[in-house]
Design a protein around this ligand. Structure first.
Ligand code: ADP
Length: 470
């Protein structure tokens, strides 16, 4: 458990829907901007090149056609006018002078309004396309020859120096821009719809799981979330939540059973002690040695129970540092066996052992507790006349301590739970044997602290073998 964590929600936390829609929209807007910049750079320069090219070819045509404007010793004004009007519609201004530089024809004279309008329109359009457009007008002077190759005059062909777009170019340019805007809008609307669908598909299972977690939080552990999404992580979350509910349910059951067990375990010896004492105080019984020993045994039972609980709480708070020393395993086991032989003899159980002389680095007190727990279990769960066999030996990997009994055995389905705290195989069969289901929990923890583990094999009705491997 971690302390100091604020259990409130982060007020700035946003719903998954908003987060996804926001991120997707940012991505698409950035993409559109990048495409836009790319198009500006690549498309517009290609378009400019094309427009330049076609404007140049218009000028070339005009220059070619000017060869036919001086015929039979005179200017063909009609043709000049036709060419000049056609040229101005393409942004090109034509002026014709004779060989004495006297004006023959000029679009600015003949079609003053039209030419000014067209050139102004081009200028206005270009201002819109390109801020600070260079509106310098440039004129090129060319010679005009008669049929004999004699110079008869000069042509002045003028147009804007920078690239300029005519009406149809502008139209194409605007359509392209509108088209791109349209695509961008469609993309944004599309992406908002897609992100809504995606976020919904993620958020709705998550909110189902979170509702389920709230149900669990309220203590309703039996509920299960019978739902599968199509998202692996969410399914894993549902699976974990269900597992958590199961675990909490088990814990709850254990807790309830523990309360009953502990009160039962305490009440039985206390009732017996009180009964004995009441009768002795009333003067009905003499406080004989035998009766006092019986009272003392009951007190011992309570002490053991309290000790078990103390050991268990030490596991919980991690107060279990090892005090390692070099110990002779054979001697340690032998001493333990001596202490419990009487208990075994009371049940007519024979304890045999085969102990190798092994030196081992352990916390003597704690390690002994683990062996004692296994041995007292073996005695507890072996019927009268049975036997217990203890062996210590080394193999390539481990030092082993095996405690085998010919007792009642443990059902296969219970084997995986017996090391859990407060787990008892069959409460009814344990009622006379005492214990609250923590002996194996403590033993397992102590052995694991030493870097080892406990294995168990059992045959119901035949017996059980616990092996400490370290
Ligand atoms: P308890 O205090 O009930 O003995 P333990 O944690 O020591 O608790 O053991 C858990 C359960 O495992 C016991 O209740 C018992 O049913 C079973 N068990 C442990 N050791 C043996 C054994 N040697 N033979 C049969 N059953 C055993």
């Amino acid at each position: 458990m971690e302390w100091g964590i604020s259990l409130g929600y982060n007020k700035r936390a946003k719903s998954i829907n908003i987060k996804i829609i926001r991120s997707f929209t940012i991505i698409i807007v950035l993409t559109i901007l990048i495409i836009r910049v790319f198009i500006n750079v690549s498309f517009e320069s290609a378009f400019e090149k094309y427009v330049d090219q076609s404007n140049k070819s218009e000028v070339n045509h005009l220059v070619f056609d000017l060869k036919h404007i001086y015929k039979d010793g005179d200017w063909d004004i009609r043709t000049i006018k036709a060419l000049g009007e056609d040229a101005i519609s393409k942004g090109i201004a034509l002026k014709v002078y004779d060989k004495d530089e006297k004006l023959v024809w000029s679009i600015f004279e003949d079609e003053k309004m039209l030419s000014n309008n067209i050139l102004k329109k081009i200028n206005d359009n270009m201002e819109k396309v390109e801020k600070g457009w260079n509106d310098k007008f440039k004129e090129y002077k060319g010679r005009i020859y008669d049929d004999n190759g004699k110079i008869v005059g000069y042509s002045y062909i003028g147009h804007y120096e920078s690239t300029y777009y005519m009406e149809n170019d502008m139209e194409f340019f605007n359509i392209m821009n509108k088209f791109m805007l349209f695509i961008a809008l469609i993309a944004i609307v599309g992406i908002v719809i897609i992100s809504l669908v995606i976020s919904k598909s993620i958020s709705s299972p998550i909110s189902k799981v979170s509702k389920m977690a709230k149900v669990i939080e309220s203590g309703n552990y039996k509920n299960k979330l019978e739902y599968t999404s199509n998202i692996k992580e969410v399914d894993e979350l549902i699976y974990s939540i269900n597992k958590l509910a199961d675990a909490l349910n088990d814990q709850e059951k254990l807790r309830k059973r523990l309360t009953t067990d502990i009160s039962h375990e305490l009440r039985t010896p206390l009732t017996s002690i009180k009964g004995h004492l009441d009768v002795i105080i009333a003067g009905i019984w003499e406080p004989t040695n035998e009766r006092l020993v019986s009272i003392s045994e009951e007190v011992l039972r309570i002490t053991k129970l309290v000790n078990d609980l103390t050991n268990l709480s030490k596991l919980d708070i991690g107060q279990d540092k090892l005090e390692i020393e070099n110990v002779n395993l054979a001697e340690l086991v032998k001493n333990i066996v001596y202490n419990y032989e009487i208990e075994a003899l009371d049940k007519n159980i024979n304890i045999d052992y085969e102990l190798k002389d092994i030196e081992i680095l352990i916390d003597k007190k704690k390690f002994s507790q683990a062996i004692v727990n296994l041995l007292t279990n073996a005695i507890k769960y072996t019927t009268d006349g049975g036997s217990i066999y203890i062996k210590t030996y080394k193999d390539e990997k481990y030092t082993n301590i095996s405690i085998r009994d010919t007792g009642i055995g443990i059902p296969k389905e219970d084997l995986k739970y017996i090391f859990e705290r407060f787990y008892r195989v069959d409460t009814s069969r344990n009622s006379e044997t005492g214990g609250i289901g923590v002996g194996l929990t403590i033993a397992k923890h102590v052995i694991e602290l030493h870097g080892g583990f406990i294995e168990v094999n059992s045959d119901i009705g035949k017996g059980t073998e616990f092996v400490i491997r370290i």
